[in-house]
Design a protein around this ligand. Structure first.
Ligand code: 13P
Ligand code: SF4
Length: 307
């Protein structure tokens, strides 16, 4: 089957089954191009809550599909490949959070959305890279915060807010490569470029990097907004490089340089056009979070969405 006929069949099945495709910016370009909604983790969660489709086909990684199932329990959430994991989500489990709480009585657990449903069930409030500062600022100053699982995002929040959150030592295997040295190299090589840094990056807690006039810290959606609004012509991108597909589509004449040749999330790449078609045909694999686990996980997401 050619790519063109696959796309046609995907479109037909979407209409027949009242399905919608939600995709993250790290998806393969051909998946970005057939999605009904493309977004960062926060926008995708909000869209999962809003959609009137019967089926959500989620092109991302498993924690994102789980989040959609928690938010929209009446919808069928399916994925192209249910082996799509995430190094951050896998760095902590519920028992480890409980242990951490015992060691820090009265601590408020803030979890980045890149966590399993089980971890969300043990969490007080979730956040994404787009709303992390807002979420942390909503917690009274005198409270101790236990932040999981991303040490780099946590260090960034500490730097921006002056808080002294305790940080779980998880990291994203893609963003961990973007260290302070890489930023300095890029700044020397591209002196006219804005350098856009995802706060999951290894350099996010470095005050010297933050003080540089050309560095900006954003979620993926924030980066797209910045490049659309900026008068600059050149941008260094410090996040998974597939987002550049969208940047180029929306900003002709501007140049986007990926800061890492290996800045690809292999888990996101598990999703292919062939698997999207199969998932729609089979209405599976399904990702479903149910019962008490769903109720408890929902509370931490609901608190975030209310802000
Ligand atoms: P955002 O799209 O929310 O910035 O998250 C990036 C990411 O790594 C998702 O896995
Ligand atoms: Fe997880 Fe990193 Fe991949 Fe995002 S880019 S899904 S944080 S492994």
């Amino acid at each position: 089957m050619t790519a063109e006929s696959m796309v046609k069949e995907i479109e037909r099945l979407k209409r027949e089954k009242n399905a919608v495709i939600l995709a993250h910016y790290y998806s393969r370009p051909e998946i970005q191009d057939i999605s009904d909604f493309l977004g960062d983790s926060l926008a995708l969660s909000q869209e999962a809550a809003r959609t009137e489709a019967d089926i959500i086909l989620f092109c991302g990684v498993n924690f994102m599909a789980e989040t959609a199932s928690i938010i929209s329990p009446s919808k069928k959430v399916i994925v192209p490949d249910n082996r799509a994991g995430c190094s951050l989500a896998e760095s902590i489990d519920g028992e480890e959070i409980e242990q951490w709480r015992r060691e820090n009585p009265g601590g408020v657990v803030v979890s980045y959305v890149n966590t399993t449903a089980e971890v969300k069930a043990f969490t007080d409030i979730c956040c994404t890279s787009a709303n992390a500062l807002k979420v942390v600022n909503s917690i009274p100053q005198e409270k101790k915060i236990l932040f999981v699982p991303d040490k780099n995002l946590g260090a960034y929040i500490n730097l921006k807010t002056g808080r002294k959150m305790e940080l779980w030592q998880g990291d994203c295997c893609v963003h961990e490569r973007f260290d302070s040295e890489t930023v300095l190299e890029m700044a020397a090589k591209y002196p006219d470029a804005d350098i856009l840094i995802h706060p999951e990056s290894n350099c996010s807690g470095d005050p010297a990097i933050m003080a540089m006039p050309q560095t900006y810290y954003y979620s993926t959606a924030g980066m797209l907004k910045h490049v659309a609004e900026s008068d600059k012509r050149q941008f260094v991108i410090m996040t998974e490089k597939e987002i550049i597909h969208q940047m180029e589509k929306e900003n002709q004449g501007k140049e986007f340089i990926s800061a890492g040749s290996r800045a690809l999330c292999g888990q996101m790449k598990r999703n292919t056009l062939e698997k999207v078609l199969l998932a729609l045909q089979n209405e599976g694999p399904e990702i479903k979070v149910e019962g008490e686990l769903r109720e408890r996980a929902w509370k931490s997401i609901e608190k975030m969405l209310e802000l």
